[in-house]
Design a protein around this ligand. Structure first.
Ligand SMILES: C[S@@+](CC[C@H](N)C(=O)[O-])C[C@H]1O[C@@H](n2cnc3c(N)ncnc32)[C@H](O)[C@@H]1O
Ligand SMILES: [Zn+2]
Length: 332
């Protein structure tokens, strides 16, 4: 943890100021071990292995705990980075571009292994504060360690230990895994300054009826399986996805005559999109779908309502890969 993080922290219990109470280990800009404390209610929060801990996985609700445990395991196993993640991220938050981040104070809701956090720090954000509930924070911390403008905290999106101090907040691939996606969205928006912006990318209900009918029942079983067994088992569907994207979807979509045929293929936009990724990433995507205990598929109408509820202005909502929604808007 860097001392500059204190500029953004507020007590999750009483919203009081948070001060640094003690430091027992430091390395360069990072405080590795120590204690934070609320100036008003005196609640203390530990800094462990460089990460301030505002949530305890043992005490959060059971559904949140199950989701966090699944993803914590997943991101620790699939901790790889890939240069293609930069464009994938920008595709999730379009129309935002990399130069948008320069000088901004940014909040990331559900950072996983920190792949976007690291890039945003490199794109010149003044500061990026990235929050995750799971053990993935350990991987995210390792990915951003020593970067003066990147901050990782372990916290629940519904109980953010933060001030309303952000120019921009975003969440990609997270809200649909929360027990109440709309409240998670509102919680992030509540930390954006007046005139700042918000982006969210979520699974769509439209075109995903087959997942709800066929994958959700499978997921109910696989999400509670032994993780190591699921890791091995998920190689089977991952191999089917990998072979079809590399041997069918990519070649057809890349040739002029093939494109006409590809248009009619099952789930073409998405499967063609992920054909750019190597085996490890495609396996990670398939595993991610099977390990998540909670996944909501949200209609455009419902997503539009979220933005109306927070009074967002100039909202842009697009259909991404014909299976998901991305939104961007200004917070009044
Ligand atoms: C599918 S991953 C996406 C991670 C990252 N946004 C990315 O694109 O690489 C979902 C993440 O949300 C986190 N998460 C789930 N519930 C959360 C909560 N209540 N508060 C904070 N993070 C949460 C999980 O731990 C997981 O890392
Ligand atoms: Zn307090």
């Amino acid at each position: 943890m860097k001392k500059t993080l204190l500029n953004y922290l507020a007590c999750p219990v009483c919203a009081g100021d948070i001060k640094l109470n003690s430091v027992s280990a430091e390395e360069g800009v990072e405080i590795l071990e120590g204690e934070l404390q609320c100036d008003s209610c005196a609640k203390a929060f530990l800094i462990v292995r460089g990460i301030p801990r505002f949530a305890d996985l043992q005490t959060v609700d059971a559904d949140k705990q199950a989701t966090a445990e699944s993803f914590g395991w997943s991101w620790t196993k699939f901790s790889h980075d890939d240069e293609k993640f930069a464009q994938q991220f920008l595709d999730w938050i379009a129309p935002v571009t990399a130069d948008f981040f320069a000088g901004k104070v940014v909040l990331e809701g559900g950072c996983g292994k920190g792949r976007h956090t690291r890039r945003i720090a490199g794109w010149g954000a003044q500061d990026i504060v990235a929050v995750d509930l799971s053990d993935a924070v350990e991987v995210a911390f390792a990915a951003t360690r020593g970067l003066p403008n990147a901050h990782i905290i372990q916290a629940d999106i519904f109980r953010l230990p933060l001030r309303r101090a952000f120019d921009y907040a975003f969440s990609v691939g997270v809200l649909h895994h929360l027990p109440n996606p709309r409240d998670g969205f509102k919680s992030l928006v509540s930390k954006v300054k007046s005139g700042g912006h918000m982006s969210a990318w979520i699974y769509g209900a439209e075109n995903n009826g087959w997942i709800v009918s066929f994958v959700n029942p499978v997921r109910r079983v696989t999400s509670s399986m032994n993780r190591r067994a699921l890791f091995q088992l998920s190689k089977l569907p991952a191999a089917a996805v990998y072979l079809s994207t590399k041997l069918i979807y990519a070649p057809l979509n890349q040739s002029n005559s093939g494109k006409q045929v590809a248009r009619h293929l099952f789930y073409n936009d998405y499967l063609n999109y992920i054909s750019r990724f190597d085996w490890r990433e495609q396996h990670s995507i398939v595993f991610d779908h099977l390990v998540a205990p909670t996944a909501f598929y949200i209609s455009r109408e419902e997503f539009e309502q979220w933005w109306r509820d927070v009074g967002a202005q100039d909202v842009i909502i697009n259909w991404h890969n014909q299976n998901s929604w991305r939104g961007f808007g200004r917070i009044p």
